[in-house]
Design a protein around this ligand. Structure first.
Ligand SMILES: [Zn+2]
Length: 277
């Protein structure tokens, strides 16, 4: 079972490996630099060696980057240039660090979607793929509130139009729930998996973000809650963690934490308790 968490990189990337190991996780998501501004990853030789050695020693696998919140690939001008620069540096750093790639929110159309904005989006993704290492994945996360990629149909169309095998999908249970997707029993999860398959997304599915939701079903919001404290039926997590077609994916929590200090041991332990032996 691959169950892990988003962790802080304070003190260096290696520290995040130690943090996730300490709370009982075996896979990891990190930012490559502070996500609140236009900061770029820097990897020196010592950091690289420390990270690779420790990742192997603690068996933390897979590891993903989560891209900056400022990214907007449907924009024009400075924002899109900074978004491209940031993702190119990040995805190339991922390749060096034996990190699988970047999990990305594509951005928003800021008001009206237009043909030009959509074409920018596709062209910008292609440019990033062209400038990055072939072993680094571009992983689109399904979005929450008023962002690009709220529906599976929309993501499917983008993946079809970019047409590159390095495009993958990350599904966040909180964002799915707030956009009207629910599967708290095997039958509903089977239907959801069939839907993914029909949209050519099942082959692209790489990783799950497993978060409860502070907001109601189909609310259009995307605020995460601790597992069991939100509006998602606990059986949804139980179903996902035990279904033969989903149980082997990596699951990563991005919960607020029971002491509000970020994804924690207690959230992971609740999820572990749902796994049938
Ligand atoms: Zn997420």
């Amino acid at each position: 079972m691959k169950l892990g968490a988003h962790q802080s990189i304070a003190g260096g990337y290696s520290e995040a490996l130690k943090r996730v190991y300490k709370i009982g996780g075996n896979c990891l998501q990190i930012f490559s630099s502070s996500p609140r501004g236009w900061n770029f990853p820097k990897v020196d030789k010592k950091e690289l060696k420390n990270f690779l050695d420790l990742k192997f020693k603690l068996s933390i696998e897979p590891v993903y980057f989560h891209a900056s919140y400022l990214i907007n690939l449907a924009d024009e001008g400075k924002i899109s240039q900074m978004s491209i620069k940031s993702l190119v540096l990040e995805m190339n750093a991922a390749s060096l660090l034996n990190i699988k790639g970047s999990i990305i929110h594509l951005g928003s159309y800021k008001g009206q979607k237009s043909k030009t904005k959509y074409q920018n989006l596709i062209a910008n993704i292609r440019e990033i793929l062209k400038k990055t290492s072939k072993d680094s994945l571009f992983i689109i996360e399904n979005a929450g509130n008023r962002k690009i990629g709220q529906t599976l149909e929309e993501i499917s169309q983008i993946i079809k139009d970019v047409n590159d095998e390095r495009l993958r999908l990350c599904l966040d249970t909180c964002h799915l729930f707030s956009n009207g997707y629910q599967f708290d029993n095997n039958k509903d999860l089977d239907e959801f998996i069939n839907k993914l398959d029909k949209l050519n997304l099942l082959d692209r599915l790489e990783v799950w973000h497993i978060n409860d939701s502070r907001d109601e079903f189909n609310s259009g919001h995307d605020r995460h809650a601790n597992i069991g404290e939100g509006k998602i039926d606990i059986n949804e997590f139980k179903t996902l963690l035990n279904h033969p077609k989903t149980k082997n994916y990596p699951f990563i929590i991005e919960t607020p934490g029971f002491d509000n200090k970020g994804p924690d041991k207690k959230n992971l332990e609740i999820l572990k308790s749902l796994i049938d032996i």
